[in-house]
Design a protein around this ligand. Structure first.
Ligand code: ATP
Ligand code: MG
Length: 327
């Protein structure tokens, strides 16, 4: 029986990259599959320092955001990762199967440890193993993720194979479902991906940004000194990243976008892209603002989600504990 699993960290309001690379496909998948789990990955979020009251608020904000994007709690199990203790328990077992060199080359560790003092925490280093545990805990078969997660998913597949080799065939090998759009890049630095935890305010377009904020961020987006609009990610990453965003929010191909933009200079074009993004995000923003006032409802959704997730996780973890020799 197919099972879909994915997660998002409560590290701030989701951005355009999260939406186009992941959340949008999450909404479609709940129509296509019977068992769909979406986790608010709070255990992952503390791999870098988090202020407790900010984290507490971000968890509820993320629940509101998922619902505002169209995730339906009657179809998808939305839950908070730390409420299902088996995530951490399975992660420990998988940590003991994973070699240090296998983790050292993974991209997010390299990027995120640079921004931390002392190279970051041990948790940050083994974070992809916790991600493998998240997925395998439900014997998931399909994992929708953005382009930035390909190598982490490969680690999950390798870990499942390794476990199966040692303890006998147990975990299905999960397959990735890549988002319809490519990776979305920072508006301040077209060589790095857009991230929730980017400290540069103008780099990230959030789902709750006002139209004015969106216009400002696109106006300040980094491009080059050529005024023409072309799509050439290698040589013109800045403007190409805008074309990619424009293409993703309108559903039109990059070639059509470029054709339509003939005669515009990049300054004018930025406003066109901002406009298309505003159209796309406006309904989500309004629904999000409504849901943020319904804290009791959000807590109830998370509580119910955790109950359902526990029911699915418990028998899998039980079998793992037995296979490993704990029982
Ligand atoms: P953080 O900076 O805290 O790691 P993030 O923006 O990377 O936040 P995550 O919670 O780590 O977001 O990832 C949630 C989902 O969004 C994942 O499926 C990931 O692949 C996808 N995603 C994240 N950033 C992008 C991006 N720039 N473009 C496309 N997809 C993305
Ligand atoms: Mg991330």
């Amino acid at each position: 029986e197919p099972r879909v699993f994915s997660g998002i960290q409560p590290t701030g309001i989701p951005h355009l990259g999260n939406y186009l690379g992941a959340l949008q496909s999450w909404v479609h998948l709940q129509e296509q599959y019977n068992t769909v789990l979406y986790s608010i990955a709070d255990l992952h979020s503390i791999t870098v320092p988090q202020d407790p009251s900010t984290l507490r608020a971000s968890i509820l904000d993320m629940a509101a955001c998922l619902l505002a994007c169209g995730i339906n709690p009657a179809k998808s199990c939305i839950f908070q990762q730390s409420q299902v203790a088996e995530h951490a328990e399975l992660a420990w077992i998988l940590n003991c199967l994973t070699s240090m060199p296998r983790l050292r080359h993974l991209p997010q560790w390299k990027v995120k440890c640079q921004t931390q003092k002392n190279e970051g925490s041990a948790g940050l280093f083994t974070y992809p193993v916790l991600q493998a545990a998240d997925i395998l805990l439900y014997k998931s078969t399909h994992v929708p993720v953005g382009d930035d997660q390909v190598q982490h998913l490969e680690l999950t597949q390798d870990t499942a194979r390794l476990f199966n080799r040692i303890y006998g065939d147990f975990f299905p090998i999960p397959r990735g479902i890549m988002g319809t759009s490519k990776k979305i890049y920072s508006l301040r630095d077209p060589s790095s991906k857009m991230s929730k935890s980017d400290p540069q305010k103008l780099a990230t377009v959030r789902l709750t940004d006002s139209p004015e904020e969106i216009v400002l961020k696109f106006r300040k987006a980094v491009t080059d000194f050529t005024s023409e609009v072309t799509y050439d990610p290698e040589r013109r990453p800045g403007v190409s990243s805008l074309v990619a965003i424009h293409s993703a929010v309108t559903g039109l191909g990059t070639d059509i976008i470029v054709q339509q933009s003939r005669g515009m200079d990049t300054a004018q074009y930025k406003l066109t892209v901002a406009d298309a993004v505003i159209q796309k995000l406006c309904p989500i923003r309004e629904e999000m603002q409504r849901l943020q006032r319904e804290q009791g409802y959000l807590r109830e959704v998370l509580y119910q989600g955790a109950q359902r997730a526990k029911e699915m996780a418990a028998p899998v973890y039980d079998s793992v504990a037995r296979l490993v020799g704990f029982r």
